[in-house]
Design a protein around this ligand. Structure first.
Ligand code: GTP
Length: 522
């Protein structure tokens, strides 16, 4: 170890070959010389404890190998006296810095932490080659200067940290000699470690263990829902408190409130419900914004409660066919994946059919979900007949004894006639297998779309006979009010809400949670 160390130090000032002992027939290595010329057993001889020697002045030239054991080597303070302990003259692994004894004659009681200083003043470029590293180390003359005798100083006012500086005793007693001796050590260490601190002298900074990647704890779904609806609820709260600030509940304030509720997409029916409920008990009285929010939450919950239903699947129909419809990008495929995961976790066998044959990405995406959830995927070529695929998928699911077949579809709303024809055909061919198929038709709605979602339900309800809804992306900047309007108008069950892109981000719809989140009450 120490020999390799010496070589590194030497190579800084000289070419490495110069200090490398002649291999064959030349001079014996210093180690050999110190042990005598007789061949040495491979096992290193334990050497007697050598008392710490006062440091000799640094000598630039290569030292004469001394026959007596503790020949202190110049420029290598700690290891030089221990050189005879080196079993092999070959380069040793990088020295273990913390194990290296300090060369100071008096070692003050110091904790381990003193050898692992924190601050970083100089970043040493890592170079594989020791010479390069040494050169790189000395390059930035404006920050690190050689101050003679191997000591380095900073030209700028770098902070001096006591724990980084050499031991005070060493400085005091060893003076320049100790400092000079510590510099090559720091350099040699830096060659391996790459970072040094420059204060009164140069010292290696222990590598900090990289901070373990802290995975951000996943927020509970309700928090994500709240955050998703926070824009809606904040706007509502601000507007409401603006209306009722120092104003009584009268005709005018009720009208203002109704406008606010309509702007939040809650729909006329729900807006009137809320204003009626307020007027019934508090007309002509002072009312706070918080009270209005509480009434709003109550009324919204009453609208949503009847549609908050669990998805029930009749498994006497095997496979139970779930057709998933909705406008492109509303989250059909993702919802299919999440739903398949739930069903699989519940012990059901699931088959998926990539019925959106218009988009290669949609087919690929479904295959990924199939793999992830352990559900076989039936797919066809791009542009193939979706109804044909649905027919074949049913056969395959039947043959495989699948409990559930979930069919993805395209959602080209821009061509309503084609869309209608395609969905009708899918339903028609499925009914050749089972007159009651599809048993469930789920429509996905993107919560960020606002009023448009109302129209989408209108269309798909007529075209595909939607039996229930899933509102997705409620974790984003959702405009959740529209779900209340849809519930009030269509009274379609809302089975789930999507609160993220992950496999677990499909939550059963809860009227109370949703109402509270949108009204901004605890
Ligand atoms: N944040 C969030 N993103 C979602 C959610 N559901 C779906 N997405 C994302 O919305 C995008 C569209 O989802 P898809 O599942 O591809 O929608 P699609 O209806 O199948 O779209 P097409 O394949 O184009 O018909 C994807 O990037 C999904 O990851 C959700 O609940 N929250």
């Amino acid at each position: 170890m120490a020999f390799g160390f010496i070589k590194k130090v030497f190579s800084f000032g000289k070419k490495e070959v110069e200090e490398r002992p002649a291999e064959a027939g030349g001079e014996a290595s210093p180690a050999e010389l110190t042990r005598g010329t007789a061949p040495q057993p491979s096992e290193p001889k334990p050497e007697p404890e050598v008392p710490p020697q006062p440091e000799p002045p640094a000598r630039p030239e290569e030292p004469e190998p001394q026959p007596q054991p503790p020949a202190p080597q110049p420029e290598v303070p700690p290891e030089a006296p221990q050189e005879p302990e080196i079993p092999e003259p070959s380069p040793a692994p990088a020295p273990e810095i913390p194990e290296t004894p300090q060369p100071s004659a008096v070692t003050p009681p110091r904790g381990e932490e003193e050898e692992q200083p924190e601050p970083v003043e100089v970043e040493l470029p890592l170079a594989a080659d020791g010479q390069e590293a040494a050169e790189a180390f000395f390059q930035p003359a404006e920050t690190v200067e050689e101050a003679g005798e191997g000591q380095f100083t900073t030209s700028g006012p770098l902070p001096v940290k006591e724990e980084l500086a050499p031991p005070k005793s060493a400085q005091a007693e060893g003076g320049e000699t100790d400092a000079a001796a510590s510099a090559p050590e720091a350099l040699a260490e830096a060659l391996h470690a790459g970072r040094v601190a420059v204060t009164r002298s140069v010292e290696r900074i222990a590598e900090k263990a990289p901070a373990p990647a802290v995975e951000e704890p996943r927020k509970p779904w309700f928090q994500r829902l709240r955050e998703g609806l926070s824009r809606s609820s904040r706007e509502l709260r601000d507007s409401i408190s603006g209306i009722f600030l120092k104003r009584k509940l009268d005709e005018e304030t009720l009208e203002d409130l109704e406008d606010v509720l309509l702007r939040a997409d809650l729909g006329l029916e729900t807006a009137m419900r809320i204003t009626d409920a307020l007027a019934a008990g508090r007309y002509g009285k002072d009312i706070s914004g918080a009270e209005v929010q509480a009434v709003m939450a109550e009324e919204i919950e009453k609208v949503l409660a009847p549609v908050a239903m669990p998805l029930e699947l009749d498994l006497s129909m095997k496979p139970h066919v779930i057709l998933v419809v909705g406008v492109n990008g509303t989250g059909k495929t993702t919802t299919i994946g999440k739903l398949a995961a739930k069903l699989r976790a519940g012990g059901l066998s699931v088959m998926l059919a990539a019925g959106d044959t218009f988009r290669a990405a949609a087919i690929e995406q479904l295959k990924i979900w199939g793999e992830r959830t352990g559900s076989p995927v039936v797919s066809s070529k791009l542009g193939a007949d979706a109804a044909g695929l649905a027919y074949e998928a049913y056969e395959k699911a039947k043959a495989a004894g699948s409990d559930v077949l979930i069919i993805d579809t395209a959602g080209r709303l821009q061509n309503k006639t084609e869309l209608m024809a395609e969905l009708e055909k899918i339903v028609r061919v499925l009914r050749k297998h089972d007159p009651e198929a599809p048993h469930t038709v789920l429509q996905t709605l993107d919560a960020t779309t606002g009023q448009n979602a109302l129209n989408q339900v209108e269309i798909f309800r007529n075209v595909a006979g939607v039996s229930g809804l899933v509102m997705t992306k409620l974790d984003g900047t959702a405009r959740g009010g529209i779900l209340v309007a849809i519930a009030a108008r269509h009274k379609l069950p809302v089975y789930f809400i999507g609160v993220g892109e992950g496999v677990d981000d499909l939550e059963p719809f809860s009227a109370s949670d949703f109402a509270k989140a949108i009204a901004g009450v605890a």
